[in-house]
Write a new protein. Structure first.
Length: 241
């Protein structure tokens, strides 16, 4: 599977600041919808392989393209390009969500209208890891997985969610079911203190898993079969799939 196997639409919506921004969304497959928010290196063959696995298990996948060249991994260029999306993603924010949070909620509503089953799942990875968890408060989102969450940078035990966001998420999780966060145990980017903070904030509605190793991208370039199985077991239960 490669980029040519996906259809595309461009989605426009406001940030929390009111500014309208546009991003492309690529989709393929049938069945319960899962929104896959790209990680920093970009959407490349490793991401397509993840999508193909999910599609093979009966899910439809929506790939949100935020930065970089679609189909290519450009880690260092994308790191520089973060300056271009600084109004959308705040890498250092403590105690509040990035402005793109409102845009993501609008996208979830759009995907909800495109699937017969209505409810959707979300996967966030690396810089988008915690975005997925915050979306559990949205009516359209039935389940969320945070893989190697890495924000806020230099945040120590802080989260990029406010106390109000956390209360809202916990209420939604209590009603709909919990969430999943996972990382490699010795990953210096997806720090242990972030996971500990998530555990403390969202207990008892979050399961955290630390897999042996010092790599980073559990589901893509450093693919871990145990992590993938943990994630699909979670979504299968959430969707009764």
């Amino acid at each position: 599977m490669n980029g040519d196997d996906f259809q595309k639409f461009t989605f426009d919506a406001p940030l929390t600041t009111g500014q309208i921004v546009s991003h492309d969304v690529y989709f393929a497959g049938t069945g319960p919808a899962i929104l896959l928010i790209q990680e920093l290196p970009g959407i490349d063959q490793d991401t397509f392989n993840l999508a193909e696995k999910l599609i093979g298990q009966g899910y439809s996948v929506y790939l949100l393209h935020l930065i970089g060249k679609f189909g290519h991994k450009t880690m260092w260029r994308n790191t520089a390009r973060l300056f271009c999306v600084r109004r959308e993603i705040n890498m250092f924010a403590k105690g509040k969500q990035s402005p793109i949070s409102a845009w993501l909620r609008a996208l979830c509503s759009e995907i909800e209208t495109r699937t017969d089953l209505g409810k959707i799942g979300v996967i966030g990875m690396c810089l988008s890891g915690s975005f997925a968890l915050a979306l559990m408060a949205h009516d359209a989102v039935l389940g969320a997985v945070s893989s190697q969450p890495s924000l806020p940078i230099m945040g120590k035990s802080a989260l990029d969610m406010s106390e109000g966001d956390i209360v809202e998420c916990k209420a939604a999780m209590k009603a709909k079911g919990g969430t999943l966060a996972m990382r490699y145990a010795d990953d210096f980017m997806a720090r242990r203190d972030i996971m500990d903070a998530l555990e403390k904030a969202l207990d008892p509605h979050i399961k955290t898993v630390h897999f042996e190793g010092s790599k980073h991208s559990l589901l893509t370039s450093d693919f871990n079969q145990e992590a993938y199985a943990e994630m699909t077991t979670y979504f299968n239960m959430r969707f009764d799939h």
